[in-house]
Ligand binder design. Structure first.
Ligand code: ZN
Ligand code: ZN
Length: 345
């Protein structure tokens, strides 16, 4: 059994059926969309079908069990007794199948996720490298022309740059939101042609060796209206305050509050309608959550984003997002692309 599985076992009150692919990956290194792992005090069993059998056999420290395509049906037939299951992932149908197979089922949530929230050095290095690719993609795109191209063209260009720079894939669909569209935090890039004198929010991340990065920068295409210009300065100040408050021992909601106060005091409180940040790792959104509603505390080796935004309906948006590693002192900011307002042509 490897060290990650051992740590999980320490937290278990009964054996756990792990069905979330990212959790199976974390515990065993095995990547498949059709897999279950059963973690018991003495062993980890990996259940998957013929298509993945070769790869599964090569996984160290686990017992591989080949199943039919219906992995859950196999578990229902072969397991008996009391098991925890991942209540945020297992479908109701799969739950019924296991229950009808005679298993006593206990809903569990966040067990593997809380382990994943604290990265080891190997994971941190992968995230640093994914972030470095993202920085270079921003450097390259900032040299290009924005005005006259569409949001969709620029989003596609970021995708191309990620591939050119050696990323495995994008961590999520790149957001390019120009002008009034920038007031929507998760805008889909459209056929809107980018004009002069506004802001462009670009939110993008790369995946490298299974780990994500996440970065947002807001560019200006020439002189901005006063309110947008002021919003940028406020957002940057809030972002820096958020970074200062992002350290081991802080409650995540306090970190959120440190940034939010700056925005509220500047009169933009109503224009920042999302949390300050989120954990990043195998998934681009994972624990811990950095928001006013969060009950998480930050600990060393959490990897989180600090991403305040100010969204001005009908005018434009600003968001500045860094990826950081929490330490006992100042966070290690792994996004290095400049944050001062940059004017693009
Ligand atoms: Zn982002
Ligand atoms: Zn983010």
């Amino acid at each position: 059994m490897n060290a990650r599985a051992e740590k999980l076992v320490e937290k278990l009150e009964e054996p756990l059926i792990v069905t979330t692919p990212a959790n199976v990956r974390y515990l065993t290194g095995f990547v498949s969309s059709n897999v279950s792992a059963v973690v018991e005090p003495e062993r980890v069993r990996l259940f998957t079908d013929f298509r993945y059998a070769g790869a599964a056999r090569a996984v160290p420290d686990v017992e591989f069990v080949e199943t039919r395509r219906e992995t859950i049906a196999h578990l229902a037939e072969s397991l008996s007794g009391k098991f925890g299951f991942e209540s945020t992932h297992l479908t109701y149908r799969a739950y019924e199948e296991l229950r009808d197979g005679g298993l006593e089922l206990v809903p569990r949530a966040g067990l593997v996720e809380s382990l994943r929230a604290v990265k080891d050095e190997d994971e941190l290095e992968k995230i640093r490298r994914a972030a470095a690719i993202t920085d270079r993609a921003y450097e390259r795109i900032a040299e290009e022309r924005f005005v006259g191209r569409t949001e969709r063209e620029l989003a596609w260009r970021m995708t191309e740059l990620f591939h050119e720079l050696g990323a495995d894939e994008e961590a999520f669909d790149t957001i390019v939101a120009a002008g009034a569209n920038g007031a929507r935090p998760h805008a889909d890039p459209g056929d809107r042609v980018i004009e002069r004198g506004t802001t462009i929010v670009v939110d993008a991340g790369a995946v490298l060796d299974g780990y994500c990065s996440d970065c947002t920068r807001t560019f200006a295409t020439g002189e901005l209206p006063d309110e947008l210009r002021r919003a940028y300065d406020v957002c940057l100040e809030a972002q820096l305050k958020g970074l200062e408050a992002a350290r081991s021992g802080a409650e995540a909601k306090q970190t959120d509050a440190a940034a939010r106060e700056v925005i509220e005091e500047a009169g933009f409180g109503q224009n920042f309608g999302h949390g300050l940040g989120h954990g990043v790792g195998i998934d681009v959104h994972e624990a811990p959550h950095v928001a006013s509603t969060s009950t998480d505390s930050l600990v060393a080796n959490n990897v989180v984003t600090i991403e305040p935004g100010i969204y001005l309906e009908g005018t434009g948006g600003i968001r500045i997002e860094d990826l950081v590693i929490i330490t006992n002192g100042e966070p290690e900011v792994v996004s290095s692309f400049a944050k001062e307002l940059m004017t693009v042509s």
